[in-house]
Design a protein around this ligand. Structure first.
Ligand code: HEM
Length: 492
């Protein structure tokens, strides 16, 4: 809560809906129905197209909507402190990379960039292909009937992140995987409810509510799940370490693929005071969550859009056909470079449905915008990619799904901060390249082997900003095999 005169005075001068001082939009936000959140955000953002300032129960909030202003915020190393909205996820992700600030964030980002970003891009095609194929096998089992896309896709992306980053093979049929996925969804919903409801800010009040109790139970499940992964990897890592010491074959040892978690275990050995067991867990929790839920949402929305736009689907299929013909071979990294149209489809999907719909920072110093307006230190500054990507100046006819917006020429003519599904600047998404690789492998596999048909149509669902973008009702699609003989080879 910021009740300093300086802040209140500055907030008064900024454009925004004027309600009760300090309380601001607090009561309105706490009482609005979930399904109305996005519509209300749209109304406010349209009314205040550059800057929207409002108090929410003592917290001063400013929404930036112009790419030039967003560049000032995200492009600078001076504004990396995460916003107030992240406090309810602290008990879950603690100060993992997503939430940490200051020196801790700088140090972690420096250590984790080689450990995650470079390592994960090395040699994961085999694993990505394997899980993409498992996904289409599971889709084929639905035998042309409608199914909830998210249920199958999320297990696939969870398998991918577990195997590629954690070196842990999770069985998709395993109930634990299912449980983890359901609990993550429940916890994200509770986090947003808590954020909107000011009387739940105090831990003790939240703790005695039904949501608070469910949050605590869910948290212990999620932590047990990640602790199990760490324990198992630690054990197998020790075994492999011993084997390496005994083997003379150095070439073989250097070729062994190391998972991101192995690098964390190494950091633990190298800097025992910097990287304790809890530090490892907070990063595993962070990467597990960010690494599966974001990609799953993107794949589900892409499937929905492809199903509802058969012309785009056909064009994407023709591109795959030109790369693979009727061969059922696995995709290689070189193949991915050829998938220009699929990349445009993915980008357009993330424009309309950015997996992370909301980004925020607390200013630790005054910030001068491109028009010389000053946003003072202490203010919670927000970017809503879901709205930014619907700005008709940068994206004419913004509700229309049109991958052609992402030809090289169109992109060149747009402000670089007009489209930021992975955020931008020094605190951008560390998993961006890996995510694009995963989305391409999974979608290319589905498009090559299956025809996606619509069940849920445009306008038949509401979107919710629950940490990750979600829909109600969940999106359903149908799939049928494209070529009979490919169907049998995939099943084998
Ligand atoms: C379609 C997929 C993805 C999207 C759209 C996405 C988007 C984002 C965005 C917008 C942020 C900035 C959040 C903020 O400032 O509050 C972010 C940060 C982050 N993402 Fe992703 N992400 C995706 C996939 C992944 C994957 C696959 C991983 C890793 C396994 C990952 C790990 C992270 C981490 C650790 C951060 C925090 C980085 C930092 O603060 O230094 N993301 N992501």
């Amino acid at each position: 809560i910021d009740v300093r005169f300086k802040t209140i005075w500055a907030m008064c001068k900024l454009p925004g809906p004027w309600r009760i001082p300090l309380v601001g939009l607090g009561i309105f936000i706490a009482t609005i129905k979930d399904e109305e959140i996005i519509d209300q955000i749209k109304i406010f953002c349209k009314k205040y197209p550059r800057i929207l300032a409002a108090y929410v129960m003592g917290v001063p909030m400013v929404v930036l909507q112009q790419p030039e202003d967003i560049e000032v915020l995200l492009g600078s190393i001076n504004y990396i402190k995460k916003g107030y909205e992240y406090y309810p996820i602290l008990p879950w992700l603690r100060e993992g990379l997503l939430v940490s600030s200051g020196d801790k964030w700088h140090q972690r980002r420096k250590l984790l960039t080689p450990a995650f970003h470079f390592r994960i891009l090395e040699d994961n095609m085999q694993s990505l292909n394997k899980h993409a194929r498992q996904l289409i096998k599971n889709m084929l089992k639905q035998e042309g009937k409608a199914f909830v896309a998210d249920q199958l896709v999320t297990l696939c992306t969870l398998d991918v992140i577990c195997e590629t980053a954690m070196g842990f093979s999770l069985n998709t049929q395993d109930n634990q995987g299912n449980y983890y996925v359901k609990t993550v969804k429940k916890i994200s919903t509770i986090v947003v409810t808590r954020l909107r409801t000011f009387w739940l800010r105090r831990d003790w009040v939240f703790g005695i509510t039904r949501d608070g109790k469910q949050f605590k139970e869910g948290l212990s499940l999620l932590h047990n799940f990640t602790e199990k992964i760490i324990k198992e990897r630690k054990a197998s890592y020790k075994l492999e370490d011993n084997k390496d010491e005994q083997t003379e074959d150095l070439e073989l040892t250097s070729k062994k693929r190391k998972a991101f978690l192995d690098s964390l275990l190494e950091l633990d050995k190298k800097y025992p005071n910097l990287f304790t067991d809890l530090d490892i867990r907070e990063e595993v929790d962070t990467f597990m969550f960010e690494g599966h839920d974001t990609t799953s949402a993107a794949i589900v929305f892409a499937l929905f859009l492809l199903a509802n736009h058969p012309d785009v689907q056909e064009k994407a299929y023709q591109e795959q056909f030109s790369i693979f013909g009727i061969s059922d071979r696995a995709a290689t990294r070189n193949d991915l470079q050829e998938m220009h149209y699929l990349e445009m489809v993915i980008k357009e999907t993330l424009r309309l449905y950015p997996s992370v719909p909301y980004i925020s920072r607390t200013l630790t110093q005054d910030m001068k915008l491109s028009n010389n307006m000053v946003i003072p230190e202490g203010i919670n500054t927000i970017i809503i990619p879901f709205m930014l990507h619907r700005n008709p100046t940068n994206f004419p006819d913004p509700e229309k799904f049109d991958p052609e917006r992402f030809t090289q020429e169109e992109c060149r003519n747009r402000h670089p901060y007009a489209y930021i599904p992975f955020s931008a600047g020094p605190r951008n998404c560390i998993g961006q390249k890996f995510a694009m690789m995963e989305l391409k492998v999974v979608l290319s596999t589905v498009i090559r082997f299956l025809k996606i048909e619509p069940v849920t149509r445009d306008g038949e669902f509401k979107t919710f900003p629950f940490l990750i973008i979600r829909t109600d009702p969940p999106i359903k699609i149908k799939t049928t095999p494209r070529i009979e003989h490919i169907k049998s080879s995939v099943i084998l």
